[in-house]
Design a protein around this ligand. Structure first.
Ligand code: FDA
Ligand code: NAD
Length: 435
């Protein structure tokens, strides 16, 4: 059992960890001052690639490591494993922390190693919700797969190869559901997507959903709504062969992908730090209720200044920016200074097939569609605004250009008055472009 001490420890090796490490390097750390501890076997990478380029069929230009290490996703320097060494940062991989004592400022790994810190950044992200957690019968069969980390993606790639051209059932109609249905279809699987709600991506989509459902159907993805997977049966070798649905139907399956949501990994710190809305409560500098402990990315519930509200955000843009903010705040405090409060504009995006959308702001209030949302159009270009208390508070666009996407961000930040919903529909993206 080893004991090691660091001035700073970043716990987690995902997106926030990569961006926090980059910011420490920018601000200047002395060799041996900073460690990144991750249970993953690889250096921090841009997680969104796992449901996109990483799954492209072989022969297509698929995106593999080291191609998507942080921080290429935002056009920054790519930190390869050796880059950490060069910058004097200790990268401690394949190391799961199983105990955290925030009062004693120590972390203990599964192997019993003890890590001491002066300042801790919690960047443990989220883990998937599993059907076994809900007691779904047969949910532990082989080839029922989840996607969070690169190991999961590798298992999925193996299953895609082994069951080439087979049948896939995708359980869940959110981000994973939509991105994975597309990835499996591109890999020539016969794909059926099942979700309980009346339309896909209910977290964000309104009338927009109809476009995506028709587009996916035209691509050959079958969609079953309003029901859930209630059980699975398996071949004698343990591999899944059938999905039973609650509405009585059953579907053959060689592979099942489950994307029924995620939960923030806060359990190590239960009872030791204040929580809010399921996450670790922070201030605008990502400082928690415990001195010298910060929390960033998916696990942080932080003040979303422009809405006067505490929020938790499970998207990559926030994980990058919160990590940078926390490190800037740590360094400024050490120098006796301060940084400005985090003033975040929510930004989400997704890509699948030839589609690409971006959303900025808040999806509350009424929504209106604009543009041509005909799914048969070879280059779909349409959008939506969300209007609350007479003001535009959210903006979405499928197929927007770089300038149009910038206009979405501007309008969501400015929250201008909307004269009428009809007028917004008529003006479309030109309304945002005038801001
Ligand atoms: P993240 O999950 O990235 O990292 C957490 C790290 O902590 C992991 O390395 C984990 O192993 C480690 N860890 C946890 N507990 C530990 C312990 N006890 N000991 C040691 N290590 C531990 N967002 C978006 O805006 N657009 C997109 O297209 C996508 N696409 C996408 C695809 C897929 C497949 C996923 C799973 C997620 C996305 N996201 C996304 C969401 C985005 O990736 C996510 O919000 C960020 O990765 C969150 O960054 P964090 O650093 O908070 O967690
Ligand atoms: P999600 O919350 O986006 O979607 C979960 C979906 O699960 C719901 O929409 C619902 O349709 C479905 N569902 C819930 N219970 C079900 C059940 N019993 N049976 C069938 N369906 C059920 O979560 P996700 O898609 O699993 O994504 C996991 C995490 O990864 C989230 O944090 C998400 O933000 C992140 N992610 C983000 C992106 C992106 O931003 N482009 C892409 C992939 C993953």
């Amino acid at each position: 059992m080893a004991e090691k001490s660091f001035k700073y420890i970043i716990l987690g090796g995902g997106v926030s960890a990569g961006y926090a490490a980059k910011e420490f390097a920018n601000q200047g750390v002395k060799p041996g001052e900073l460690a990144v501890i991750s249970k993953e076997a690889v250096a921090p990478y841009e997680r969104p690639a796992l449901s996109k380029g990483y799954l492209f069929p072989q022969g297509k230009p698929n995106l593999l490591l080291p191609g998507f290490h942080c921080c290429v996703g935002s056009g920054g320097e790519k930190l390869l494993p050796e880059s950490y060494k060069q910058k004097g940062i200790e990268l401690i991989l394949s190391t799961e922390i199983v105990k955290a004592d925030l009062a004693a400022k120590t972390l203990v790994s599964a192997a019993g190693d003890v890590f001491k810190y002066e300042t801790l950044i919690i960047a443990t992200g989220s883990t998937v919700l599993r059907l076994t957690d809900f007691g779904v019968k047969g949910a532990d069969s082989k080839n029922i797969l989840y996607l969070r980390e690169i190991d999961d993606a590798d298992k999925l790639v193996e299953a895609i190869k082994a069951k080439k051209g087979g049948k896939a059932v995708v359980v869940g109609g959110g981000y994973i559901g939509l991105e994975l249905s597309a990835a499996l279809r591109i890999n020539d699987f016969d794909v059926t997507m099942v979700f309980p709600e009346p339309w896909c991506m209910p977290r964000l989509f309104t009338d927009i959903a109809a476009f995506y459902e028709t587009y996916y159907t035209n691509k050959g993805v079958k969609i079953i709504k309003g029901t859930v997977a209630s059980g699975f049966t398996a071949h004698p070798n343990g591999e899944v062969n059938e999905v039973q649905l609650k509405d009585g139907r059953s579907l053959e399956a060689d592979i099942v992908i489950v994307g029924v949501g995620a939960k923030p990994l806060t359990s190590l710190f239960k009872g030791q730090v204040e929580e809010d809305k399921g996450g670790i409560k922070t201030d605008a500098f990502f400082k928690t209720s415990v001195p010298d402990v910060y929390a960033v990315g998916d696990v942080a519930t932080f003040p979303l200044k422009m809405y006067g509200d505490m929020r938790r955000v499970e998207h990559v843009d926030h994980s990058r920016k919160s990590a940078e903010q926390a490190v800037k705040a740590i360094k400024a405090t050490e120098g006796g200074g301060t940084v400005e409060e985090y003033d975040y504009l929510p930004f989400f995006y997704s890509r699948s097939f030839d589609l690409s959308w971006q959303f900025y702001g808040d999806n509350v209030g009424d929504s209106v569609l604009f543009g041509d949302s005909n799914p048969s159009n070879p280059k779909p270009r349409f959008g939506a605004y969300w209007i609350q208390d007479g003001k535009v508070v959210g903006a979405f666009m499928e197929g927007g250009s770089g300038d149009e996407n910038k206009a979405l961000a501007k309008v969501a930040k400015a929250r201008p008055v909307a004269e009428s919903l009809d007028d917004l529909t008529k003006q479309g993206i030109s309304f945002a472009a005038k801001i």
